[in-house]
Design a protein around this ligand. Sequence first.
Ligand code: GLU
Length: 364
Amino acid sequence: MQRIVLKLGTSVLTKGTARLNRQRMLELVQQVAALHNGGCELIVVSSGAQTAGRERLEFPDLGKSVPAKQMLSAVGQSHLMHVYQDLFEIFAINVAQILLTRDDLSDRVRYLNARDTLHTLIEQRIIPIVNENDTIATDEIRVGDNDNLSALVASVVDADLLVILTDQPGIFTDDPRKNPEAALIQNVTHISDNLFKLAGGAGSSIGTGGMVTKVQAARIASRSGIKTIIASGSEPQVLSRITAGENIGTLIEPERNRSDSRKRWLLTDRAQGSLLVDAGAARVLLKGGASLLPVGIREVRGDFERGAKLTVLSPEGNEIAHGLSNYNSADLRQISGQKSNKIVDILSYSYGDAVLHRNNLVLL
Ligand code: GLU
């Protein structure tokens, strides 16, 4: 049995127009239903709320202010769900709406709640339809695009596969609209800076994310041990062909084996602060299996409590790990650069020798 997160972008749902395209949506729902009935577990991450809102209100001239967009999302989200509900009903499948923000995934307790709800829906054979909670999400707490959101969801539910359907056949070696020689990249084993550069060239104008956010999403999935396929939503029977193993679109292989839930959570999320370490500490961490001690810390960035999720930065500023801090930022500033046996002298207490214990640390 396969657990699949399917991301449907606005351009897929509208066929590039200003309206939801019912026929296209029916085709997609039909494919989802077929997989569902074949025993796969599906979670849909769907965009299109704002577009649906605009359509519903007959294209009002509201400007581009944030409240106007949020209003459109509020109107459109229920409309979008209504359409999905009608379409899935044809196949006697129940759906559920899940609206998330980044905060729901970065806070450990809320993350676990979201995970439990999603798992219960999946167990009950109800298809969750996820979107960002656009009506309340401000910039600080939003994921910002549904590509990244779909990868976070894939990590939350421990999916086997993330399928991102878009209006492009995949990632190309160059912009296919400008260079006739541009070829589709079928297989990616390592997400390099170059891949981000290639993705920068070929985005569609509709929807929030271009290809870049899709590569970011694939990186999140890949780090969690999940494979990603970016393919065109207009490819006939795209889902069943993908699950049958046909080479469609761009496949991005997982960088590592599936990590456990706690480590996946550590991997996927934005951190609350960061620690710049010296070359020695970076080397030891990168070898794996080691904790980060205060002696290797050069600089503490941000203000955070004990238990906060932190990013470890190499002396060159590269992100090398995520971990949970045993100390708050004020105390860390006092003990950084010091030997662990000095911790009690300096702070008059100790939560242990390690700042980030190896059990609460994942390499990026
Ligand atoms: N949440 C947005 C919407 O439904 C879409 C965001 C995205 O497409 O990345 O309108």
